[in-house]
Design a protein around this ligand. Structure first.
Ligand code: ATP
Ligand code: MG
Length: 434
């Protein structure tokens, strides 16, 4: 994308309405724009990050054996009456009437819809286990939408739903998602800590919230330091049960669930208290929806059993803000390579100069559709400031002196480290990091 033609609007001033850092940076870097309270349009750079985050989520769901579907945002009230949740859900649910005066709603979650969908096909125990997920917009009319996309009213969620014949099978499905979540967040450069949680209106008896550590997070969390050392990507060969056993054998609790006595029993040097943001929540709730909605299959012994179900959410749009909370400095965002909107920004310090133009174009051509070329007639300082603000993981600075020697100055956003390299080596360095 050439900046001279791009729709990547940055702001110099800090928007007054934004209370938290990620919200301020998302507005200043031109990632999002509010259209109504708690509802946002995603601008090109923001949309690219959102898409990258969703893609990592998708790859890890697929790897864990879940299958992607796409359910609609609009659901019928009648479906929710069958589970008994239509009246319980209260004012968070956006209720709509169509032209035929039928009661509809904008889905806040999809347990009812997926149960009904799966029920049409599942006849016997051989049709299970299955795990179906989608990545779709949700609407919850939050009392206090705030902090930008961190707590929006319309937000993008990945929600997966598992169907098993037995409680033990359902626990195995739960553990598979538990492990997939750790990998998912690790690939985004985040430390995610699963914590035992209340099940709330979703219901059920086994539940974990995944909290990522960030100094500016809303929740206070307490954990054993061993948990911080766990590397979900390096421990790839560990089976799901071993992973979950490891995590549940060490202390980790949010403020609400904190147990002073258990905490005091941990040697002081091994305790860590930190702040965090909930980015995922998983539940095992058994027959809560399958029983009232009639999702039953024939068991191996000829009896009829209601499916054992779980649901597994990830806040995809919230993650974009959470990554910023976890990775920024005074100048702006520092994107991990895995989710960055572009692999690199190429700063041509002297547009119109044959040597800088030539080198910049060559570098730009090495990243089709995945680099920003700052070809604007702007001061160098403004170019540096915008690139730092948007947080491109690499900046390739091309000035007349370097261009005469055929070298670019490569700056790593995360460390500030700079190195002069010939073009081909610069390309290899950037590609090697991604
Ligand atoms: P919270 O406790 O933050 O209100 P929740 O428990 O209502 O979240 P879940 O039903 O568990 O949320 O939804 C799964 C995930 O969706 C959450 O872990 C969170 O990351 C995300 N999420 C929930 N509500 C919002 C929202 N209003 N805006 C953005 N993301 C949200
Ligand atoms: Mg929750």
């Amino acid at each position: 994308m050439r900046l001279s033609r791009a729709f990547l609007p940055t702001l110099k001033e800090t928007p007054a309405e934004a209370e938290v850092l990620s919200h301020r940076l998302m507005l200043r870097a031109g990632l999002i724009r509010q259209t109504s309270a708690g509802i946002y349009a995603w601008l090109p750079a923001g949309q690219r990050v959102l898409r990258n985050v969703a893609q990592i989520v998708r790859e890890e769901q697929d790897r864990a054996g879940a299958q992607e579907i796409l359910m609609p945002t609009i659901q019928s009230a009648e479906l929710w009456r069958r589970s008994g949740r239509y009246d319980d859900y209260g004012k968070e649910m956006l209720r709509i009437r169509d032209r035929g005066d039928r009661e509809m709603l904008y889905g806040p979650t999809n347990e009812e819809m997926v149960t009904d969908l799966f029920k049409a096909y599942a006849k016997s125990y051989r049709d299970l286990p299955r795990n179906l997920y989608h990545i779709q917009w949700k609407f919850r009319d939050e009392v206090r939408p705030r902090f930008g996309v961190m707590r929006g009213r319309e937000f993008l969620m990945k929600d997966a739903y598992s169907f098993d014949v037995t409680p033990e099978g359902a626990r195995e499905s739960y553990r598979a998602m538990f492990r997939a979540y750790l990998r998912t967040f690790a690939r985004m450069g985040l430390k995610a800590i699963p914590m035992q949680a209340d099940t709330g209106p979703i219901g059920g008896d086994l539940s974990h919230e995944f909290i990522i550590l960030a100094e500016t997070g809303e929740s206070v969390v307490y954990l054993h330091r061993d948990l911080l050392a766990f590397d979900a990507l390096a421990n790839d060969d560990m089976d799901a049960k071993a992973v979950m056993d490891f995590w549940t054998s060490r202390y980790a609790a949010t403020d609400e669930k904190h147990d002073e006595a258990a905490w005091d029993a941990i040697p002081e040097a091994e305790r860590v208290s930190a702040r965090g943001i909930e980015v995922g929540h998983i539940f095992y709730f058994g027959k809560k929806y399958s029983a009232p909605m009639g999702l039953q299959v024939a068991g191996a012994d000829g009896s009829t059993v209601a499916a054992e179900m779980g649901s597994y959410g990830i806040g995809v749009s919230r993650l974009v803000a959470a990554i910023i909370e976890a990775s920024h400095d005074d100048e702006g965002i520092i994107w991990p390579d895995s989710v960055a909107p572009f692999a690199c920004a190429i700063l041509n310090l002297k547009p119109g100069d044959a040597a800088t133009d030539g080198l910049a174009e060559q570098l730009y051509a090495a990243f089709p559709g995945n680099a920003v070329l700052d070809d604007r007639e702007e001061r160098a300082g403004a170019k540096f400031a915008d690139a730092d603000l948007i947080g491109h993981p690499w900046q390739a600075v091309i000035g007349p002196r370097g261009a005469a020697r055929g070298v670019v100055e490569l700056k790593r956003r995360a460390t500030g480290e700079r190195v002069e390299l010939p073009l081909a080596e610069a390309v290899a360095r950037i590609k090697g990091a991604a």
